[in-house]
Design a protein around this ligand. Structure first.
Ligand code: GLY
Length: 354
């Protein structure tokens, strides 16, 4: 088993990474939680595969368990889903000394975490991420949120889990498209902080070879994220480099009403386009965008896009909640593994090829 410690004073926690660790989930939970009741929040797809085994493992350790099953997909991460979950927790008489486990991908982690941050003014929770994207990114660092009609993640908190349990075996049941979705974030870590990770990914042929090295890959990504979050938990400086590719990525997702590209696909295109621009403006070393294009294609990710209404697209960049008053904190790379924050305005994108 691989283990990392996220050092955040009284909010510190471990990340456990191991193939098959879910079969010991009860034992691992017992090491950090000494109460009685556990509410597991999950979705219908995961429930079909894992409900019985998770329940059995937790019951075996003497916990009183309730499983709350939500519909899969981003629509569930809505502010209006919250009352249903709070009611379920109240029916179960969950108290502040009990625990919530968020068992699922990014949606479940975000809404489960938000519920934990707010139910009875805050109750302990554990993240058990089941998608690659959640394993390498969203389950670590304490960003939890729900969506409003006017935009994604508009209501949220920084609320750290007590533990993150990552079972890489569950990735075997992911559809290829969603595996690749997570690979975009893995490639992002290589681009912003780790040349060696990037080279490793250049040499791996497809999902099978990635899976042969998955514990190391997940460990490396979580370690990078851990270091960044330790420096800047509240996302006011260094943590922003995790948004490489996201300014354009979010605009792409929004332009297509979240229906055409997955988050990872949009970020892949965003990373490539901003690096082309950076190269044109002599910010990035010549040839970096080509390296990025090759690695994205190798891992079955898109790298370009044809936008019909460029004006509307640029408006979407301006509307992003992070880009208030036309002041953009753009994340760019000088070279592979070297990211920095560039303070710019929207004219940076005047020559973008879309
Ligand atoms: N997913 C970016 C962050 O946690 O800051």
């Amino acid at each position: 088993m691989k283990k990392l410690r996220v050092n955040l004073k009284e909010n510190s926690y471990d990340i456990l990474i191991d193939k098959g660790i879910l079969s010991n989930i009860g034992r691992e939970v017992k090491k950090v939680f000494h109460g009685d009741k556990i509410a597991v929040i999950t979705d219908e797809n995961l429930s079909r595969y894992y409900r019985n085994s998770i329940e059995e493992e937790l019951l075996k350790e003497g916990f009183n368990v309730k499983i709350i099953v939500l519909k899969p997909g981003e629509k569930t991460k809505d502010f209006n889903t919250l009352p249903y979950i709070y009611e379920e927790l109240l029916d179960f008489n969950l108290t502040r000394s009990d625990l919530i486990i968020a068992f699922g991908g990014g949606v479940i982690g975000d809404i489960g975490g938000f519920v934990s941050a707010t139910y009875l003014r805050g109750i302990s929770f554990i993240q058990v991420p089941t998608s690659l994207l959640a394993q390498v990114d969203s389950s670590v660092g304490g960003k939890v949120a729900v969506d409003l009609h006017r935009g994604k993640n508009l209501v949220g908190a920084f609320y750290q889990p007590k533990l993150v349990i990552i079972d890489t075996e569950v990735l075997n049941t992911l559809e290829d498209r969603f595996f690749n979705d997570g690979m975009a974030e893995v490639i992002k870590y290589g681009c912003i902080k780790d040349k060696n990770l990037f080279s490793m990914l250049q040499n791996l042929k497809g999902r099978k070879e990635v899976m042969e090295n998955i514990e190391d890959i997940v460990y490396t990504c979580c370690d990078i994220k851990r270091r960044i979050v330790e420096i800047d938990e509240r996302d006011t400086g260094e943590r922003m480099i995790l948004n490489f590719g996201h300014t354009l990525g979010h605009a792409i997702e929004k332009y297509y009403n979240y229906e055409v590209f997955t988050h990872g696909e949009a970020v892949a295109i965003g990373m490539h386009l901003i690096t082309i621009l950076s190269e044109e403006k002599k910010i990035a070393k010549e040839g970096v965008s080509q390296l990025l294009k090759e690695i994205l294609l190798k891992h079955n990710l898109p790298c370009k896009i044809n936008i019909e209404d460029k004006k509307k697209f640029i408006e979407n960049i301006k509307l992003d909640k992070k880009n208030l008053n036309n002041n953009l904190n753009l994340i760019v790379i000088k070279d592979i593994g070297e990211a920095f924050i560039l303070k710019e305005n929207i004219s940076f994108f005047d020559s973008v090829t879309i």
